[in-house]
Design a protein around this ligand. Structure first.
Ligand code: NAP
Length: 247
């Protein structure tokens, strides 16, 4: 028997890939809730510093930390060493990812390792460090950014989709392994922000395959994250934020 989790808001959140795009909006949204933010970034050091400055100028607390997720175990240790200076982390959002398409004839081991390390193993080792630093009996949330294609693969993005499908599996397994104190859930976005080199792609999908006939925004992802953080009896769940595209 485990006592009910405390109703007070958690205090420190690690957000991976937080310098830009969806991760940035997640970090800002959590800062608005009063969480101190550990802004993890890869190459976007300037954008990370701008975000840290913005959060601090709004009265919040933030630090940035650079770590290359292609070396996921070392990266996770680096991120949580930086986080320790801020305080115990009770929220981990694994948002960083790579998203590349490579058809079978052009597949190479570098492409496979890149996706598996960044999209799958980095969340696993981040969660390992997260669990390690969480005090005995303390409650925490891990939220993995997935993709609706993980549960309904198409013919494209072969290894990306496989990496996200494996992360669904990890989400459900860790939800059981880390219960009752750590809740592990996933969010499967659809057309939220198009890749920077394919800006019209999502609009086309909105017309052709999204029942709600529009694209989403990072705010929709943030709303789902807030819902999960407010929920104390949901674990191992995958919430689709897709406008119905997976149906
Ligand atoms: N955008 C969408 O519509 C959509 C749809 C479905 C699923 N998702 C999922 O939602 C999440 C956020 O989406 P997004 O579009 O914002 O992601 P994104 O722009 O593709 O990537 C987010 C960040 O991941 C970081 N990253 C990539 N490789 C890294 C490495 N080796 N080391 C450290 N950091 C690395 C990058 O940080 P730096 O810039 O600092 O290098 C990048 O800014 C992702 O998990 C994505 O798969 C998004």
């Amino acid at each position: 028997m485990v006592s009910n989790p405390p109703s007070s808001s958690p205090s420190v959140a690690v957000v991976t890939g937080a310098a830009r795009r969806v991760g940035r909006e997640i970090a800002l949204s959590l800062a608005e809730r009063g969480l101190a933010i550990v802004v993890h970034h890869g190459t976007s050091a300037v954008e990370a510093e701008v975000l840290v400055h913005q959060i601090r100028s709004q009265g919040g607390t933030a630090v940035s930390v650079s770590a290359d997720l292609r070396d996921p175990r070392v990266a996770a240790m680096t991120v949580f060493e930086a986080a320790a200076a801020v305080g115990p982390v009770s929220v981990l959002i694994n948002s960083a990812a790579v998203f590349q398409d490579r058809a079978l004839p052009w597949l190479d081991v570098y492409h496979c390792n890149l996706h598996l390390n960044v999209n799958l193993l980095a969340p696993v080792f981040m969660t390992q460090q997260f669990q390690k630093q969480l005090g005995e009996g303390e409650f925490g949330h891990v939220i993995n950014l997935l993709d609706w294609r993980a549960l309904r693969p198409g013919g494209d993005h072969l290894i990306y989709t496989a990496s996200k499908a494996a992360l669904v599996s990890v989400t459900r397994s860790l939800a059981q392994q880390l219960a009752p104190h750590i809740l592990v859930n996933g969010i499967a976005p659809g057309a939220i922000l198009p890749p920077e080199d394919r800006s019209s792609w999502h609009q086309q999908r909105a017309i052709e395959s999204i029942p709600l006939k529009r694209t989403g925004s990072p705010r929709d992802v943030c709303a789902a994250i807030r819902f999960l953080l407010d929920s104390q009896f949901i674990t191992g769940e995958v919430i689709h934020v897709t406008g119905g595209e997976e149906l």
